[in-house]
Design a protein around this ligand. Structure first.
Ligand SMILES: Cc1cc2nc3c(=O)[nH]c(=O)nc-3n(C[C@H](O)[C@H](O)[C@H](O)COP(=O)(O)O)c2cc1C
Length: 477
């Protein structure tokens, strides 16, 4: 038989990546063994990994190996944070290599998922009394479930330290004879937490704050908050509006320029109240507006008795209270606004309520806004622009502070589902606390910031005393 005619399947052919050649394409995944003491490898690891090399694998990876003690998933995880960890790993690397495999190692930091019990003991977070330790993460937001420990939000110093820990561990891995290094950036561990919206609260500017400052051609500065956004597509299914998320959630900025010319936008990012670095700047040009038949933004006239548009024309509002959509949601407004426009109306009132358009109006929504409602409100704002409607937006519904009012058959007593109510995890024991409690005020101000960023692209609502007392917002045409 002619040996040359036998073709070797690619799986068993060598693979060279830069200066490392694997004898075949079989790699043993890093697999935590939870069997170390103080991060030090022992005979278990030697046999576990050595036998994979003897078995013929091309690459044998050592499990997630913590770069710092607090970065271990469990007390049984391997580590490389000190010189004492090198020798037992060097023994393994040497043995793996002597049997023809390439020795690799994965270095890791478990972030807010660290300090957990061994999997066969349940894997839940360990208190310090149980042998656990305090955890760190990009934000002080717990993973939840069995891992409820609230991590300490990392400072710049922490970030620099962890970077150095990774560098030092990589050097120790090299000293130990490893030829292949992997950084663990998966499974919700520290690297994974930084870009992840679930490891922080994008609605909480104390944790993450994006502000865009626009400088106009005439030198005026206006700062607008960026807001967290999820796009949706809508469909009418059996008479009901169904919203389906489309694409990934993202930050967005809305700004309405009021002069033509060259603008600068400078984006400032803060995490945990600390600047994330020099603001990023972009430049853009706003062309001279074409005449549109529109009259500008709404403002209160000089005699403080009437509204006018920014071109000085009196604004007479005639319209209807179309406060919430029924089952058809935003589809209702398609019909209503067109009919109202045909009847010569130019005004509509909307309510942000527990059952429609509410962002923070249900249990579990405290500073955790309902992005579906927010999208519906975007849609209605756009529709208003197209149909010539000015909107009066009520930020809350009076029933949210009622406990036992008999009106409407008692159906308006929404205090029990109000997110600010203590029984729903909020700061307020009684409805009136909402108006006096400092924590409630701080949380509500975050909602106002969100509303300003998302819907306040009209100068009529982004200037003046909007955040102090108004419960309404009128959008421009
Ligand atoms: C016991 C066990 C431990 C694991 N430990 C790690 C680990 O330390 N690092 C890692 O990135 N993945 C770890 N994983 C995930 C595996 O590396 C691998 O990605 C996963 O098992 C999926 O690959 P498979 O479909 O070939 O099993 C572990 C998996 C198992 C079963």
């Amino acid at each position: 038989m002619d040996n040359n005619s036998i073709s070797v399947p690619p799986l068993f052919q060598p693979l060279t990546i830069r200066f490392v050649t694997l004898r075949n394409r079989i790699g043993v995944s890093p697999m935590c063994q939870y069997s170390a003491e103080d991060g030090v490898a022992n005979d278990w690891h030697f046999v576990h990994l050595g036998s994979r090399a003897v078995g013929g694998a091309g690459l044998v990876m050592v499990e997630a190996t913590a770069v710092a003690p607090e970065g271990r998933i469990t007390p049984g995880c391997l580590g490389l944070w000190s010189g004492k960890h090198i020798e037992p790993l060097a023994r393994i690397a040497k043995f793996v290599k002597s049997h023809g495999a390439v020795a690799g190692i994965q270095i890791a930091h478990a972030g807010r998922k660290a300090s957990a019990d061994l999997p066969w003991q349940g894997g839940a977070h360990l208190s310090e009394a149980q042998g656990g330790w305090p955890t760190i993460a990009p934000s002080a937001v717990p993973f939840g479930g069995d891992l409820p420990k609230v991590p300490r939000a990392m400072t710049d110093t922490d970030i620099a330290r962890v970077q150095n820990d990774f560098v030092a561990a990589a050097k120790r891995a090299l000293t130990a004879g490893f030829e292949w290094l992997e950084l663990h950036a998966a499974h919700g561990y520290l690297f994974n937490e930084f870009p992840s919206p679930v490891a922080t609260n994008c609605f909480d500017p104390d944790l993450i704050r994006l502000d865009a400052t626009f400088t106009s051609p005439s030198g005026r500065n206006l700062t607008v908050p960026a807001f967290w956004y999820q796009d949706f597509s809508r469909a009418l299914t059996n008479g009901a509006e169904v919203l389906t998320p489309t694409g990934a959630p993202q930050w967005r900025i809305r700004f309405t320029p009021t002069e033509p010319g060259n603008y600068t936008m400078s984006l400032n990012v803060q995490t945990n109240d600390v600047s994330a670095g020099k603001p990023a700047a972009i430049h853009f040009n706003v062309p001279v507006a074409q005449p549109s038949g529109r009259h500008g933004y709404v403002r209160v006239g000089p005699d403080k008795r009437y509204f006018e548009t920014s071109d000085g024309r009196p604004l007479r509002l005639v319209g209807a209270n179309v406060c919430w959509g029924e089952n058809q949601g935003t589809f209702d407004y398609d019909t209503w606004f067109v009919s109202m426009q045909n009847a010569g109306e130019n005004f509509a009132r909307l309510w942000m309520s527990p059952w429609f358009l509410g962002l923070e109006h249900m249990p579990g929504r405290l500073n955790n806004y309902d992005l579906r409602s927010a999208w519906q409100l975007d849609y209605i704002f756009d529709l208003a622009n197209q149909t010539g409607m000015y909107l009066l937006l009520c930020f809350d519904h009076h029933g949210m502070f009622q406990t036992n009012n008999r009106n409407w058959g008692g159906s308006n007593n929404f205090w029990k589902t109000n997110a600010y109510n203590q029984i729903n995890g909020g700061p307020c024991e009684k409805p009136n606390d909402f108006f006096t409690d400092g924590t409630a005020k701080t949380i509500y101000e975050k909602r106002l910031r969100y509303l300003i960023g998302r819907y306040g692209y009209s100068p009529a609502c982004s200037r003046g005393n909007f955040s102090m007392r108004l419960t309404t917002l009128i959008i421009p045409l």
